[in-house]
Design a protein. Structure first.
Length: 91
């Protein structure tokens, strides 16, 4: 079973495809954008900036994964629901 996993809980935006074949998990695709440079100047994560960055970067990640995989081969989608920054989780 292949899972498209999306993570946007705090200050990184990531997307992966994980295959579970008879209990053996394999990461087939993994891309991530870090927001370290954005938040460093403020001394910590700024929730509004994190949410805005997630909204911008998630589209790039989805376009990239579509270039590498037929999304019809994905069996399920998982997303971060909690814990996390509320605005970031909306992405």
């Amino acid at each position: 079973m292949r899972t498209l996993a999306i993570e946007t809980s705090c200050d990184d935006t990531s997307l992966s495809i994980v295959n579970n074949d008879q209990g053996v998990y394999t990461v087939e695709y993994l891309r991530a954008f870090t927001q370290l440079d954005i938040h460093r100047q403020y001394g910590g994560v700024v929730p509004e900036l994190a949410s805005r960055s997630h909204a911008e970067k998630i589209v790039d990640l989805i376009v990239d994964v579509k270039q590498h995989y037929d999304l019809a081969a994905i069996d399920c989608i998982s997303v971060t629901a909690y814990p996390g920054l509320p605005g970031a989780l909306l992405v």
